[in-house]
Design a protein around this ligand. Structure first.
Ligand code: F6P
Length: 312
């Protein structure tokens, strides 16, 4: 009997549980056995599998995080033979991997050995090249937006300098989306650093216009804390620096993320039944499978982007 194992890896993201349920339900209808892998690639290496029942997995779909738990193992690519041994011993023929860039790389390394693997972008960072959307991004954006709306209640009453630090690792997609949707005065993005003078001018213009300044900054922005402290000194406004940290990664998945998770999981299962491997990305409003070798390298993309914008 074909057996699919489902694994969540890296930073958890709201909607992962929905994808697990959808994949489990779809494969069980087809008569496949489905297993969950506990604790990502780390659990895979110790053969930690559990049988999945759709009635159980449905219960988790409305919650953030991943009930399978997760892990980060930067050296996983060096441990592929051990991983394959564990998969073979458990009779696992197919694998579904949910996670960000590192997890998709782990999935690709396994697929190189011949096992059928589909990776699905599931990260609040939304920085997986080859996919315009990622499970969890919308929920994290909505959380950030709600914070901005609530900051503004005070800001409109009292002049303050308000800086919201988002997660996002070394990419600024999350900060940019929250800044844009929330009408922030400035977004500080790792990909496009601005000079202290430019930041001061933008901030002073905002203060002149509406008596406060609201800035969204990605955690990967170089010297963020110092930049923000300098700005407080230079503007003379009382600063509030908010760092919601993992709260930004949690919470009930939005309708968009649940629906995206279901669509990607179904498309991934469909591809697996056809014996395909690769990444199931989201492009032009639909799921699209890319061969692992065709996924653009995110680091190279960033370098090219910086070359195109040398003034940054
Ligand atoms: O999953 C991605 C992410 O949430 C990034 O935005 C963030 O930088 C990182 O994970 C944080 O990881 P950790 O939970 O290990 O601190």
């Amino acid at each position: 009997m074909p057996t699919l194992a489902i694994l969540t890896s890296g930073g958890d993201s709201p909607g992962m549980n929905m994808a697990i349920w959808q994949a489990n339900a779809a494969m069980q209808v087809l008569g496949w056995q489905t297993l969950g892998v506990k604790e990502g690639f780390t659990g895979l290496l110790r053969g930690d599998f559990l049988k999945l029942e759709t009635s159980d997995t449905m219960r988790y779909t409305r919650y953030g995080g991943t009930f399978l738990a997760s892990s980060r193992d930067p050296d996983f690519a060096l441990k592929i033979p051990e991983a394959i041994d564990q998969l073979e011993q458990a009779g696992i023929t197919h694998l579904l991997v949910l996670g960000g860039n590192g997890s998709i790389r782990g999935a690709a390394a396994l697929a190189n050995t011949g096992i059928k693997v589909i990776g699905i972008p599931a990260t609040i960072d939304n920085d997986v090249a080859g996919s315009n959307d990622s499970i969890g991004f919308d929920t994290a954006c909505n959380f950030g937006l709600q914070m901005i709306d609530q900051f503004r209640d005070t800001l409109e009453a009292l002049p303050r300098l308000c800086v919201l630090e988002t997660l996002g690792g070394d990419s600024g997609f999350l900060a940019l989306e929250i800044a844009r949707a929330g009408g922030a005065d400035c977004a500080l993005l790792p990909e496009h650093p601005i000079s202290s003078l430019e930041l001061l001018q933008i901030t002073q213009a905002a203060i002149k216009h509406h008596h406060y300044a609201l800035i969204v900054a990605s955690e990967g922005y170089e010297d963020l804390e110092q930049t923000v402290l300098n700005l407080e000194r230079e503007t003379g406004l009382r600063l509030r620096f908010s760092r919601p940290s993992h709260a930004m990664r949690g919470g009930r998945p939005s309708s968009h993320d649940r629906s995206l998770a279901a669509a990607l999981a179904l498309a991934a299962c469909n591809a697996l039944t056809k014996g395909e491997s690769g990444m199931m990305g989201w492009q032009d409003g639909k799921a699209k499978r890319l061969d692992f070798k065709d996924i653009p390298n995110q680091k190279i993309l960033k370098m090219e982007n910086q070359k195109k914008n040398p003034e940054t």
